[in-house]
Design a protein around this ligand. Structure first.
Ligand code: ADP
Length: 636
């Protein structure tokens, strides 16, 4: 796994600050050239001038360095560093081949307007330094990687060393470069070193380039100093003791600093290793792994726990295709839809799906992902994957037990109801039968007993009335019960119903999609009764798709706020559907097309919705399936 080691902001500030100083230095010399100010070009009359090309290169490299430090547009870095590379490469070629390609005067004849006596060609050392610096900057990505840090660090130390040597050289009268060019190079090199310090994606405790660049810098500066003193007329070996002393003095603090940094780096690496081990342990215990998905490149980074969950320990690299091979075939269409939408829209997402392991066992995974745009603005998701198999298995067992219980309860209630109806109605019925028989006998007697017959018919009518009464009373018992009027949030209620029926729906291979309207007003009603309606619609939708094998079994549960201010919920399936002319019959009591159906679900649902002042209706879909909807007045 990759990780980011602390990014020091002081290094960013130093690099950006150096970039700005280099830019200002170059710009002021250019202004000097344009305005003919010798003080700006030469600093002192007897010092060599900074050429226009060098000044222009400083302006460009100052911009490139600041842009890199501040993570500015990469275009700027490439353009600025590219122009400097080309210019300095040509200068070096000119020098070796003794040519004049005209680039020295590209910004105008330098020696004419300020009255200098030689042509304004960049010093070779300066050209080499600027060329390597520009190449290192051009090759650096905006976010410094360990390899780019190495390149920048080494280059920066060479440029700094040359700059320092050139400054020191002046003391002995050696002109490696103009004085302010030397200062500019030192600043530039220093800025590059600071940038290189911004270590990223590199778990090594200390930058690997540090010892190397320390040696390069010390050797170059010593040689520069030595040469300067030598040119200044000193005997070279007479200087040895003082040079050794000086080098020792310089090396000692550098050495101490290196050791200190190495130790600190080691301690940081150790702390990081420990916190990683801690995190890995926590991931293992909670069966939760983390992942990062860079959408454009398709690059996927997984924590060890995810490899374990997916049982992909020996597979590298893992791609979306590798993961998809493990996804349960029934969950693939819905997963593709979630992934496709995440790729297109860049929204956080949450999803649960199953995976089939090599031993054919099934795992349930819960995935949560958040958008985390990476440094160059590209879409990236960072998230967690939890193995929820144990929980789901027990939930399913629970749901199965609950469904069984509901079935038993339903049968029991119906049984009790039937018994009570039978009991209440059978008495008047047998009364009617007895009276009717007696009446018949009285009428066929010879002579017929008209008065007796009349009396028995009256009794039969009384019994008939009693039976009607019983039925009316029973109906009243079921119908008149006023629903309680609580404030019900339809979105929350249907979410609960979906959570409860998840196991049942999954067993039937149904993928559920939801589209909930935001900020939906509440409705007044009995939450439990309304949830009963929702559950009935959902299970009916699932049953309507049980025979479907040639297309995905999909249910879309949507809520909207209708134009009339009513809250509407619809359940759309891809099942067998029904004929338009049957739309109303479905709601009749005891109408069913199912072998084990009772045909009361929709009629009870409609009476519940009616009692809430709403409407429940059904419509066949244009292609497959049907949509059942209800709408309820919003709570004022
Ligand atoms: P049951 O489900 O016991 O049959 P219902 O009253 O819930 O009782 O449904 C009555 C009938 O309506 C069903 O038998 C079925 O023919 C039809 N029906 C219900 N929901 C759907 C649906 N989503 N698609 C097609 N037909 C349906």
């Amino acid at each position: 796994m990759t990780q980011s080691v602390g990014e020091t902001s002081w290094s960013t500030r130093l690099a950006a600050g150096s970039g700005v100083l280099v830019f200002v230095l170059g710009l002021s010399v250019l202004v000097g050239w344009v305005s003919g100010s010798r003080a700006l070009i030469q600093v002192l009359p007897d010092l060599p001038p900074m050429t226009r090309n060098t000044a222009a290169c400083f302006v460009l490299l100052g911009m490139a360095l600041s842009a890199l430090a501040l993570r500015g547009p990469r275009r700027v870095v490439i353009w600025c560093a590219g122009v400097v590379s080309a210019l300095t490469a040509l200068t070096i070629i000119q020098r070796f081949l003794q040519l004049d390609t005209g680039i020295d005067e590209i910004l105008g004849p330098s020696y004419i307007n300020v009255g200098l006596v030689f042509r304004g060609r960049m010093a070779p050392g300066t050209a080499v330094c600027l060329a390597t610096a520009s190449i290192a900057l051009a090759l650096s990505p905006t976010r410094v990687s360990s390899r780019a840090a190495m390149l920048l660090g080494l280059n920066g130390s060479i440029v700094t060393a040359f700059g320092v040597a050139a400054i020191v050289g002046f003391l002995g009268g050696a002109n490696l470069a103009a004085l302010h060019t030397a200062i500019g190079l030192t600043l530039l090199g220093f800025g590059m070193l600071s940038l290189a310090w911004r270590v990223d994606a590199d778990p090594a405790p200390t930058p690997r380039w540090l010892p190397l660049s320390v040696v390069v810098a010390v050797v170059a500066a010593t040689l520069g100093l030595w040469r300067a003193l030598f040119l200044g007329g000193y005997e070279p070996f007479a200087l040895l003791p003082s040079a050794v002393l000086l080098v020792g003095c310089v090396l000692a603090p550098i050495f101490a600093l290196t050791v200190y940094l190495a130790q600190r780096g080691h301690a940081q690496a150790e702390a990081l290793r420990r916190s990683e081990a801690f995190l890995a342990h926590a991931q293992n215990v909670s069966r939760t792994g983390s992942f990062a998905w860079r959408v454009a490149s398709g690059e996927i980074t997984l924590s060890d726990e995810v490899y374990r969950i997916f049982q992909l320990e020996n597979v590298r690299p893992v791609t979306l295709a590798t993961i998809n091979e493990r996804v349960h075939p029934d969950d693939i269409p819905a997963l593709y839809e979630v992934i496709g939408r995440a790729q297109r829209e860049g929204h956080d997402f949450e999803y649960e799906h199953r995976m089939v392991m090599p031993d054919r066992s099934i795992k349930y995974l819960h995935m949560v992902a958040q958008v985390a745009r990476n440094h160059d603005g590209r879409l990236e998701y960072i998230g967690a994957i939890q193995d929820v198999t144990a929980r789901r298995v027990s939930e399913e067992a629970l749901a199965q037990a609950r469904a069984e219980l509901t079935r038993v309860a339903r049968a029991t209630t119906l049984g009790a109801l039937t018994a009570s109806i039978a009991h209440e109605v059978s008495q008047p019925l047998s009364g009617i039968l007895t009276n009717a028989n007696t009446c018949l006998r009285m009428l066929i007697a010879d002579p017929p007993n008209i008065e007796g017959a009349r009396e028995t018919v009256r009794r039969a009518i009384r019994d008939g009335d009693r039976a009607t009464d019983v039925i009316v009373r029973l109906r009243a018992m079921f119908r008149k019960e006023e629903p309680t009027k609580d404030s019900v949030d339809i979105n929350d209620s249907v979410k609960e119903v979906l959570a409860l029926s998840r196991g049942e729906l999954r067993r039937s291979g149904v993928a559920v999609r939801t589209e909930f309207a935001m900020g939906l007003p509440a409705v007044a009603g009995d939450r439990v009764q309304l949830q009963q309606v929702m559950l009935n619609l959902l299970l009916n939708a699932s049953e309507a798709m049980s025979e479907v094998h040639d297309r995905p079994r999909q249910v879309l549960v949507a809520t909207t706020l209708a134009d009339d201010g009513h809250v509407r919920l619809s359940v759309q399936d891809s099942g067998v559907g029904f004929l338009p002319e049957a739309a109303e019959r479905l709601f009749e009591a005891f109408y069913t097309t199912k072998e084990s159906g009772m045909g009361v679900g929709l009629s009870v649902s409609r009476s519940i919705i009616d009692r809430h002042g709403g409407r429940l209706w059904a419509m066949p879909n244009a292609v497959y399936g049907a949509t059942f909807s209800f709408s309820l007045p919003a709570l004022a």
